[in-house]
Design a protein around this ligand. Structure first.
Ligand SMILES: [Zn+2]
Length: 125
């Protein structure tokens, strides 16, 4: 296969954020609403949350000391989470993020119920 050599944007630039390592600790801090420490010292400020591929979420972050951009991948909903949200949809209850808790409502995005902080779809209706 022919591979064209493209000039890659610099790692950490707005179009090429550096992926944060897969870490339960980082995710737990994020779900708890704590500020994330930057790998370069200082803190990561949340710039925005996007819906990623296959139900995953993408949190775009900027280091407040280096101004480098990072991205945190939020794992897609588990079967247990989906089942619980489905039960709440069926019973007409208010829908909350299974990870962020009762302070964070799920919002409708197309057919999906998405957490605005996770970017993850937890259910459909
Ligand atoms: Zn959430």
């Amino acid at each position: 296969m022919d591979r064209k050599v493209l000039s890659e944007p610099v790692a950490g630039s707005p179009t090429n954020p550096i992926p944060l390592p897969k870490s339960k600790k980082i995710l737990e801090s994020y779900y708890a609403g704590r500020r994330l420490e930057s790998p370069l010292g200082g803190y990561l400020e949340v710039l925005g949350v996007r819906e990623g591929d296959g139900g995953k979420g993408r949190v775009l972050l900027e280091c407040n000391t280096s101004s480098l951009r990072f991205v945190l991948t939020v794992p897609k909903a588990t079967r247990v989470e989906k089942t619980r949200v489905k039960e709440d949809i069926e019973s007409g209850d208010d829908l909350f993020c299974p990870r962020h808790g009762s302070g964070q409502r799920l919002a409708k995005s197309g057919k999906d119920w998405v957490c605005a902080l996770c970017g993850v779809s937890y259910g459909k209706s």
